[in-house]
Design a protein around this ligand. Structure first.
Ligand code: IMP
Ligand code: MG
Length: 185
């Protein structure tokens, strides 16, 4: 789905499809070099990071394994809290594994900070992060993002996996919604 298909609800496009692809390829080249000869496990949190891990994994030039986790953070519609529950766990044992968490966006950082600690607690050999988007002004918890994509302003964005109320995940670029879409929240 493209911006034109949901024109009435979009305020403006923030990151184009081409920009997303170019950033993902740039990071994938670095990661392929950094993890050359090592056994790498990509971990993505459902559902937002699915588009990112799909494009990213295909852009890598090294073999990797992939696993997924579904988390729920108890918060309001557009904000997460520190209290996180596992809805669906990884299917593999991470003990001794080198892990790269692939994330769509780091907002407060609470979800990622929790996940990094959890994977370390389970005995991962190393845990690093690739985040396609970051909202630096919203950061509440210190998380060390090794591979960074784009920094964006404090605006709620949708597309390329990111949703508002489960909508717009299949938009092929990243966009800011019109304020009226939130009315009634
Ligand atoms: P954090 O724990 O506050 O960093 O929240 C991270 C999660 O909140 C992301 O993985 C997204 O699922 C969601 N999120 C944060 N900001 C946005 C946004 O602008 N649009 C859509 N989802 C968002
Ligand atoms: Mg997410």
């Amino acid at each position: 789905m493209q911006i034109a298909d949901v024109q009435d609800e979009i305020d403006h496009e923030l990151i184009t499809k081409a920009q997303i692809a170019s950033k993902i390829h740039e990071v994938a080249a670095r990661v392929s070099k950094d993890y050359q000869g090592r056994d790498l496990l990509l971990v993505a949190v459902l559902k937002g990071a699915v588009n990112t891990i799909s494009a990213f994994s295909q852009a890598l030039s090294i073999p990797v394994q992939m696993d997924f986790m579904s988390l729920s953070s108890y918060g309001s519609g557009t904000e997460s809290s520190g209290t996180i529950a596992i809805r669906q766990d990884l299917s593999c044992d991470v003990r001794g594994r080198h892990i790269l968490i692939v994330e769509d966006i780091v907002d407060s950082g609470r979800t990622l900070a929790w996940l990094v600690e959890e994977l370390k607690r389970r005995g991962a050999a190393s845990v690093e992060i690739f985040a396609l988007l970051e909202k630096p002004s919203r950061r509440e918890v210190d998380v060390d993002v090794r591979y960074r994509g784009y920094e964006i302003p404090d605006e709620f964005v949708v597309g390329f996996g990111l949703d508002y109320d489960e909508r717009f995940r299949n938009l092929d670029s990243i966009a800011v919604l019109k304020p009226e879409v939130y009315q009634g929240e």
